[in-house]
Design a protein. Structure first.
Length: 132
């Protein structure tokens, strides 16, 4: 329910629900249902890419949106009022450490989430494709 409220606030504010925080909406296709699913996420930039974390608040299971993009990496992203197609992938072991440092600097709670679970929290790189 909280995610639905946040998504509504994202849309009502033109993509700026929390001033000073970089938020985006990620739309994936449900791996079982085939239905489109949205998640609101914090991001950092890496060149033209967007980097997000599949923290699930430190739960011992990956969030559904992450499992969906692993099954189908073609996603849609909204940043501010701009919506575009993109491809999402899990950062490699070599790519992850510097990206992890950047996302923890932006959102320190990610470090606490990692410490609270035995699961390796994935970092996801989203590469923009075409605008819608």
């Amino acid at each position: 329910m909280a995610d639905e409220v946040f998504i509504r606030r994202f849309l009502e504010t033109g993509g700026e629900p929390r001033p000073g925080v970089n938020d985006l909406l990620l739309t994936t296709r449900g791996r079982r249902s085939g239905r489109l699913r949205r998640a609101a996420l914090v991001y950092v930039r890496d060149g033209r890419d967007f980097v997000v974390v599949a923290s699930n608040a430190g739960a011992d299971r990956h969030p559904a949106w992450y499992l969906n993009l692993v099954a189908d990496p073609d996603v849609t992203v909204q940043v501010g009022r701009r919506t575009f197609r993109a491809t999402a992938r899990t950062a490699t072991a070599a790519e992850k450490p510097p990206l992890w440092e950047r996302v923890v600097a932006a959102m320190p709670s990610y470090q606490r989430y990692q410490e609270s679970t035995a699961r390796e929290i994935p970092v996801v790189i989203i590469t923009p494709g075409s605008s819608l």
